[in-house]
Design a protein around this ligand. Structure first.
Ligand code: GDP
Ligand code: MG
Length: 205
């Protein structure tokens, strides 16, 4: 079907062109969980994002309960790049967490090899939607718990796994989104997971 169309040079596939060397990874999670911070701390290029100081208009629309320190909000997505080794370059997309941007996610997930779900234990409910959409798309993911200093109770990863009803196959890690090495470890955990899934698929085909 569409043989004439398929001969036309396509100008709209920059990510497909780099797919052999670059992997598209999406960072998702609720509002204020640390997505922009993570992309910033690991990115080799100056990360692109659209942070806007929250205006009065956002009051009551953006849920800021429990995120006192946060005065900016991401209105587009974050974009960054990190080379894990000579062969693996990750292109990172931080997806906006606010409910009113959820319509963007399905587009964002196309061509995505894997995702990181960032979780803040003070606001676990915000993680549900992301996990739901990823499972729906069949996109492999890992869960990274961004540990904030004012976490009232430090829940173990096992407790968080139960609370999120995650299967034993979903890798979980602790992280501090502000620390480059920690963010990099999260991404390596995801790439290892993707690699294992690919090996398992090969073994059964
Ligand atoms: N204490 C602490 N603060 C963090 C951490 N990660 C992010 N923050 C702060 O939490 C706020 C929200 O982070 P941000 O990356 O903008 O969240 P986003 O909405 O998911 O993009 C910012 O003020 C960050 O500096 C963390 O691991 N520990
Ligand atoms: Mg952000």
């Amino acid at each position: 079907m569409g043989s004439a169309a398929s001969e036309l040079p396509t100008r709209r596939a920059p990510l497909a062109d780099v797919a052999e060397t670059g992997l598209k990874i999406v960072i998702v999670g609720g509002f204020g969980v640390g997505k922009t911070t993570l992309v910033r701390s690991v990115s080799e290029i100056r990360p692109l994002n659209t942070e806007e100081v929250m205006t009065q208009a956002g009051v009551g629309v953006d849920e800021t309960t429990g995120v006192r320190a946060k005065t900016t909000t991401t209105v587009a997505f974050d974009f960054g790049r990190i080379s894990l080794n000579e062969r693996t370059v990750l292109y990172l997309f931080g997806a906006p967490g606010q409910e009113r941007f959820w319509f963007l996610w399905d587009r964002l997930f196309s061509g995505t090899l894997g995702a990181v779900v960032l979780v803040d234990t003070r606001r676990m409910d915000d993680s549900w939607y992301a996990i739901d959409r990823l499972e729906h798309h069949g996109t492999p993911f890992v869960v990274a718990v961004n540990r904030f200093d004012d976490e009232p109770v430090r829940h173990s990863l096992d407790e968080i796994r139960q609370a999120l009803a995650l299967g034993a196959h979903v890798p979980m890690v602790d992280c501090d989104a502000r620390v480059r090495a920690s963010g990099k470890h999260v991404l390596i955990t995801l790439v290892d997971h993707l690699y294992e899934l690919a090996l398992a698929r090969e073994a059964t085909s």
